[in-house]
Design a protein around this ligand. Structure first.
Ligand SMILES: O=C(CO)COP(=O)(O)O
Length: 256
């Protein structure tokens, strides 16, 4: 069985001071944690040091990742953050290709692939985000659109490199809207993603790859998603900003 992941994407929320309070709240409720679920927080880059300090102090098993990264290790890239910087501060994970970055900041499939390859080479764990807009779903193109994104993101990776990656299916129309995909829609897409991964890198990597659902996931609806065969966790936005809700989600995944 694949180990579930509950990941909290804080997006552009929480000052460094607020990030200490939220990560302490999570740590206090979750304790040192168990080994049944991977729990990962994705605060804004400026909060990484504070959050990691809090979690290290509590000897928590909760891990920390960045919301974005540049593929080059250093250089003249004003405003960007590199993989060596993230590793130095203690990050082990990184979100890549979130729809907000694709839509608002013009991130392309080629850039997503560069980031994924650089992260894997550096021994970090990417969560690759894919997902269709409402118009693509209404045109009944959702599956081919999402599977193309998966192929582009994993292009050129060997099976053992792809094995370091997770994929988050986040339909854009369900993000921050309070409207979720149905568990059936999410499961159908997760199964299509797994079949695409199988084509690309073979059975072993596809069977082991963790596929998350994201989009208005919260304690009240998580159980139905986590019960789906091909869904191995959640990438949580709004509900990750509330320590109690977030730890409730972790507990739901533990009971899976
Ligand atoms: O985009 C998301 C996580 O990356 C989902 O956000 P919400 O949970 O706020 O819909």
């Amino acid at each position: 069985m694949r180990k579930p992941i509950i990941a909290g994407n804080w997006k552009m929320n929480m000052t460094p001071a607020e990030s200490v309070v939220l990560s302490q709240g999570i740590s206090n409720r979750y304790g040192r944690g168990g080994d049944e679920v991977d729990v990962v927080l994705f605060p804004p880059a400026i909060d990484l040091r504070s959050v990691i300090t809090v979690l290290d102090f509590d000897r928590s098993r909760v891990e920390v990742g960045a919301q974005n990264v540049h593929w080059e290790p250093s250089g003249a890239f004003t405003g960007e953050i590199s993989i060596p910087m993230l590793k130095d501060v203690g990050c082990t994970w990184c979100i890549v290709g979130h729809s907000e970055r694709r839509e608002m900041f013009g991130e392309t499939d080629v850039q997503v692939n560069r980031k994924v390859r650089a992260l894997v080479e550096a021994g970090m764990k990417p969560i690759v985000c894919v997902g269709e807009s409402l118009s693509v779903r209404e045109a009944e193109q959702a599956e081919s659109f999402v599977c193309d994104q998966v192929r582009a993101a994993l292009a050129g990776l060997e099976p053992e490199e792809a094995a370091a990656c997770c994929i988050a299916y986040e339909p854009i129309w369900a993000i921050g809207t309070g409207r979720t995909a149905t568990p059936e829609q999410a499961e159908a897409m997760a199964a299509a993603i797994r079949a695409t991964v199988r084509d690309l890198v073979g059975d072993k990597t596809a069977d082991g790859m963790r596929i998350l659902y994201g989009g208005s996931m919260k304690p009240a609806n998580a159980e139905a998603f986590l019960a789906c065969e091909d869904i191995d966790g959640g990438l949580i936005g709004g509900a990750a900003l509330d320590a109690e809700d977030f730890v409730d989600l972790v507990k739901t995944a533990m009971a899976r």
